[in-house]
Design a protein. Structure first.
Length: 99
Protein backbone atom coordinates (compact mmCIF):
# COMPACT_ATOMS: atom_id res chain seq x y z
CA UNK A 1 0.00 0.00 0.00
CA UNK A 2 1.41 3.36 -1.01
CA UNK A 3 1.41 6.68 0.75
CA UNK A 4 -0.98 8.23 -1.78
CA UNK A 5 1.50 10.64 -3.33
CA UNK A 6 0.47 9.73 -6.88
CA UNK A 7 -3.25 10.07 -6.18
CA UNK A 8 -2.87 13.36 -4.32
CA UNK A 9 -0.24 14.63 -6.74
CA UNK A 10 -2.44 14.03 -9.78
CA UNK A 11 -5.42 15.71 -8.11
CA UNK A 12 -3.32 18.72 -7.15
CA UNK A 13 -1.78 18.95 -10.62
CA UNK A 14 -5.23 18.89 -12.21
CA UNK A 15 -6.43 21.63 -9.86
CA UNK A 16 -3.37 23.78 -10.62
CA UNK A 17 -3.44 23.04 -14.34
CA UNK A 18 0.14 21.72 -14.44
CA UNK A 19 1.58 18.26 -15.14
CA UNK A 20 2.26 15.68 -12.46
CA UNK A 21 5.74 14.13 -12.35
CA UNK A 22 6.92 11.27 -10.14
CA UNK A 23 10.68 11.54 -9.71
CA UNK A 24 10.95 7.76 -9.30
CA UNK A 25 9.58 7.24 -12.82
CA UNK A 26 12.05 9.74 -14.26
CA UNK A 27 14.92 8.07 -12.38
CA UNK A 28 13.93 4.68 -13.80
CA UNK A 29 13.67 6.09 -17.33
CA UNK A 30 17.06 7.78 -17.08
CA UNK A 31 18.70 4.68 -15.58
CA UNK A 32 17.00 2.35 -18.03
CA UNK A 33 16.04 -0.01 -15.23
CA UNK A 34 13.87 -0.20 -12.10
CA UNK A 35 15.12 1.49 -8.93
CA UNK A 36 15.73 -1.82 -7.08
CA UNK A 37 18.00 -2.86 -9.95
CA UNK A 38 19.94 0.44 -9.72
CA UNK A 39 20.51 -0.31 -6.02
CA UNK A 40 21.58 -3.89 -6.78
CA UNK A 41 23.84 -3.04 -9.71
CA UNK A 42 25.36 0.27 -8.61
CA UNK A 43 24.67 0.70 -4.90
CA UNK A 44 22.86 3.32 -2.88
CA UNK A 45 25.42 6.15 -3.31
CA UNK A 46 25.10 5.95 -7.11
CA UNK A 47 21.31 5.86 -6.83
CA UNK A 48 21.26 8.90 -4.52
CA UNK A 49 23.48 10.82 -6.93
CA UNK A 50 21.16 10.00 -9.84
CA UNK A 51 18.14 10.89 -7.71
CA UNK A 52 19.72 14.23 -6.82
CA UNK A 53 20.48 15.03 -10.48
CA UNK A 54 16.98 14.09 -11.64
CA UNK A 55 15.24 16.16 -8.95
CA UNK A 56 17.50 19.16 -9.60
CA UNK A 57 16.71 18.94 -13.33
CA UNK A 58 12.98 18.68 -12.64
CA UNK A 59 12.99 21.61 -10.22
CA UNK A 60 14.78 23.77 -12.76
CA UNK A 61 12.36 22.77 -15.53
CA UNK A 62 8.73 23.48 -16.27
CA UNK A 63 6.12 24.00 -13.57
CA UNK A 64 4.95 20.66 -12.22
CA UNK A 65 3.63 18.91 -9.15
CA UNK A 66 6.59 16.74 -8.23
CA UNK A 67 6.33 13.57 -6.16
CA UNK A 68 9.57 12.67 -4.42
CA UNK A 69 10.66 9.26 -3.21
CA UNK A 70 10.77 8.80 0.55
CA UNK A 71 14.55 9.07 0.80
CA UNK A 72 14.94 12.23 -1.31
CA UNK A 73 14.35 14.82 1.45
CA UNK A 74 16.79 13.00 3.76
CA UNK A 75 19.66 13.03 1.26
CA UNK A 76 22.43 15.33 2.52
CA UNK A 77 23.51 16.91 -0.78
CA UNK A 78 20.41 18.23 -2.60
CA UNK A 79 19.82 21.67 -1.14
CA UNK A 80 22.58 23.75 -2.84
CA UNK A 81 21.48 23.02 -6.41
CA UNK A 82 17.74 22.88 -5.74
CA UNK A 83 15.87 26.16 -6.19
CA UNK A 84 14.98 27.88 -2.95
CA UNK A 85 11.40 28.76 -3.97
CA UNK A 86 9.35 25.61 -3.60
CA UNK A 87 6.67 24.28 -1.32
CA UNK A 88 6.16 20.73 -0.15
CA UNK A 89 2.97 19.27 1.20
CA UNK A 90 4.99 16.73 3.22
CA UNK A 91 8.51 15.37 3.37
CA UNK A 92 7.81 12.58 0.92
CA UNK A 93 4.72 13.84 -0.86
CA UNK A 94 4.08 16.04 -3.85
CA UNK A 95 6.06 19.25 -4.17
CA UNK A 96 4.92 22.19 -6.24
CA UNK A 97 6.97 24.84 -7.96
CA UNK A 98 5.52 27.83 -9.75
CA UNK A 99 7.30 30.58 -11.64
Amino acid sequence: MGAGKTTVGRLLAAKLGVPFTDSDHVIEARAGKPIPRVFADEGEPAFRQLEHEVIADLLHGEDTVLALGGGAPAHEAPAPSWPRRRSRSSTSGPATRRR
